[in-house]
Ligand binder design. Structure first.
Ligand SMILES: Cc1cc2nc3c(=O)[nH]c(=O)nc-3n(C[C@H](O)[C@H](O)[C@H](O)COP(=O)(O)O)c2cc1C
Length: 235
């Protein structure tokens, strides 16, 4: 699979540079994020396009003691009764068809390989995966919900809102990692946040200033080249 050719970014816009420099970061500095930055990011993100302008998202943004309390509760549930918690939706089908299964395997091999964890070392992978519970020690944790009465179309809209947040954060020097892992702990999240009955927990997100050491040595996730997903006609 081809790698990104970011060298050609001479000819790309500032927005495209932000899009291509974003990556799922799981290593953060212990540096707080200003409320002003958070509100700026959310303010920009709300301009996401939505079918019928229904704007189906809700987001809970936590820092300080609120984030710690939620992370502690999730970590305790994960350590003591992970089998009892299940997401309210399926993110991917099982079995995962091709070419998606190969891409996911490649992700695991690249990511865990970069941490010196062998792909078959399930115990070490579980330790890394458990870091999801604490938002990868990022200073800010977000929880995204959607009204369960809505359909697939609104989930597209939520994805655009989430992407806007990631890009606005990146443009301000902040990294993110979206986390579907957290959706399985919706019951725990309900004990900490005032979710209405119709709100379904879709995912979480870590946000903060990335560890520069990790940024230097992190692997670039392989991205399929244009020819694999685009079909151009009439040019
Ligand atoms: C909706 C969504 C959910 C994700 N959930 C998780 C997660 O639970 N834990 C995690 O470590 N990464 C999660 N990721 C990050 C992906 O693994 C990552 O985006 C993918 O491997 C591509 O890498 P890149 O974002 O660095 O390009 C998620 C990404 C998205 C978009």
């Amino acid at each position: 699979m081809a790698r990104d050719n970011t060298e050609s970014s001479k000819e790309v816009s500032e927005v495209e540079k932000v899009m291509m420099s974003r990556f799922a970061n799981r290593f953060y500095l212990h540096r707080e994020v200003d409320l002003e930055a958070i509100t700026g990011i959310l303010n920009a993100a709300r301009y996401a396009a939505t079918g019928g302008n229904v704007q189906p998202w809700r987001v809970y943004v936590l820092a300080g003691a609120a984030k710690t309390a939620l992370a502690d509760a999730i970590a305790t549930a994960h350590e003591t009764a992970s089998g009892e918690h299940k997401s309210e939706y399926n993110y991917l089908p099982a079995p995962l068809p091709e070419p998606f299964a190969s891409r996911r395997n490649e992700f695991a091999s690249v990511f865990y390989g970069s941490l010196g964890i062998a792909q078959e070392d399930m115990a070490a992978r579980a330790v890394q995966s458990a870091r999801n519970c604490r938002f990868f020690d990022a200073p800010v944790g977000l929880i995204f919900t959607i009204d369960r009465r809505l359909e697939k179309g609104s989930w597209l809209d939520l994805g655009m809102f989430i992407q806007n947040i990631m890009l606005a954060a990146k443009a301000r020097g902040l990294d993110t990692c979206t986390q579907e892992f957290l959706s399985r702990y919706h019951a725990v999240i309900r004990t900490q946040l005032p979710l209405a009955a119709e709100e379904l927990v879709v995912c979480g997100m870590s946000m903060g200033f990335g560890d520069p050491e990790w940024a230097r040595r992190r692997p670039q996730m392989p991205k399929a080249p244009l020819e694999e997903f685009a079909s151009l006609h009439g040019f």
